[in-house]
Structures are given as structure tokens and as C-alpha cells.
Design a protein. Structure first.
Length: 222
């Protein structure tokens, strides 16, 4: 791969899912295969509800990185080192997201992040397979968020996070897949209140599913 295009790299807390509240560095890759990121293309995109800016390389600590080690070192520079020395090497977490991280994430980069002491999590739409494992193995945590109208290739992982509701992608159509955790996340936007109530009702009626909030938005984190 001739380098990596990164929108932004920043320190925060994971705001969603089973690892909510965990200190993390978010590594947001530029580009997605389900939407260009341009508003003029939203109506014709496969995914029309994305609220993330993943266009270009102009975000905090973003840019073009020529090789895996250069990007891993950039991630390490952003990590907020804990005061507890014993925890420093045990809890480093990098969340590879986008856009769609599987367009760029590869085995050599996973290796480089592991070599810099990070557990590697990925948040993906699941339309592309995992990269070929490198010398130090594959990703450590897999979150798949399926999108209506997109073919799901990645059907196993740690957590499945379904934005709800999507009229042509109901929870029961993916509930049989091989994931440890199943989350319903209310779709944001003008109908957020109704969507939240509907997601709560569904989780009450189907205890396999847990209710997921984007807690980072409530406390003012990126």
C-alpha cells in the first residue's frame, strides 16, 4: 500500500458499545465505500444517515502517512499516557474507524500498532473482509455496523451495532450472526426521540439486544 490517508487522530473515551468509557485513540481513516462524504451525493448513497466528516486529511493530526510505522508513531504521540505506570502497557487502545477503515487498514499497520503496544479495535460497516493477519496477528476487537442495501461480508466479531430503525434491515435479520454482543443504537437526526423510544421498546421485547447510546455526545467528547 502506498501510504495511508487519515482524516484525524485524537485522544478520547470510547463512547459506545461494550468498551464504552475506555480511554482510546481514535484513528479515523479518510474515505468510505457507501457514501462519498459530500452532501450532494447523500440522497443517492447506500448509507444516507452518516453524521461523520471523513473527507480529506485536514483534521487534527491527520495527513498522509507513508508507511505503517509512521502512522503508528503518530497514534502513539496522541495517546495520553496514564499516571499509573503499571497500566501504561496494558490498556492502550486504538479504535480504527472512518469512513470505512477496511479500505486502508492492513496487516503491516496492525503489526505496527501492536508493536507500539496498542490493542487494535476496528469499527466497520462489514462489507469488506478483515485484512490478512500480519506477524503479530489480527485485530483485537471487531465492531460491525451493517447498513441497509450493503452486502455484509464480515459476519463474525465481538459486537454488532445496528443503527435503528433501518426499514429494510431489521434486527431479526442479523440476530443469528456470530457476535458476542448485539446493540441497537437509535438513529440520530430529526426523529431521534421517536427512534430512541422505539429502540428501547425493541430491546425490552428482545433481550438479546442491548440499548446503545452515543455517550460521548452527551458529555461533549469528539
Amino acid at each position: 500500500m502506498a501510504g495511508y490517508r487519515v482524516k484525524e487522530i485524537y485522544a478520547t473515551l470510547q463512547g459506545e458499545g461494550a468498551q464504552a468509557g475506555h480511554a482510546a485513540v481514535f484513528l479515523r481513516f479518510a474515505g468510505c465505500n457507501l457514501w462519498s462524504g459530500r452532501e450532494e451525493d447523500r440522497a443517492s448513497a447506500t448509507c444516507q444517515f452518516c453524521d461523520t466528516d471523513f473527507v480529506g486529511v485536514d483534521g487534527p493530526n491527520g495527513g498522509r502517512f507513508p508507511d505503517p510505522d509512521a502512522l503508528a508513531r503518530a497514534v502513539e504521540r496522541v495517546w495520553v499516557e496514564p499516571l499509573d505506570d503499571q497500566a501504561a502497557d496494558l490498556n492502550r487502545l486504538v479504535v480504527c474507524t472512518g469512513g470505512e477503515p477496511m479500505l486502508q487498514l492492513d496487516g503491516p499497520l496492525i503489526d505496527a500498532l501492536h508493536e507500539h503496544g496498542f490493542h487494535v479495535a476496528v469499527e466497520t460497516n462489514g462489507t469488506r473482509p478483515l485484512p490478512t493477519p500480519g506477524n503479530s496477528g489480527n485485530v483485537d476487537w471487531i465492531t460491525v455496523s451493517p447498513k441497509a442495501g450493503a452486502t455484509l461480508t464480515l459476519t463474525t466479531g465481538d459486537e454488532l451495532k445496528l443503527v435503528f430503525p433501518q426499514p429494510t434491515l431489521m434486527p431479526e435479520s442479523v440476530a443469528h450472526l456470530d457476535f458476542k454482543h448485539f446493540y441497537l443504537q437509535p438513529m440520530d437526526g430529526p426523529n431521534a426521540e421517536a427512534n430512541t423510544a422505539a429502540a428501547i421498546r425493541y430491546c425490552q421485547q428482545h433481550p438479546q439486544w442491548r440499548f446503545s447510546l452515543q455517550t460521548h455526545k452527551y458529555v461533549g467528547l469528539a
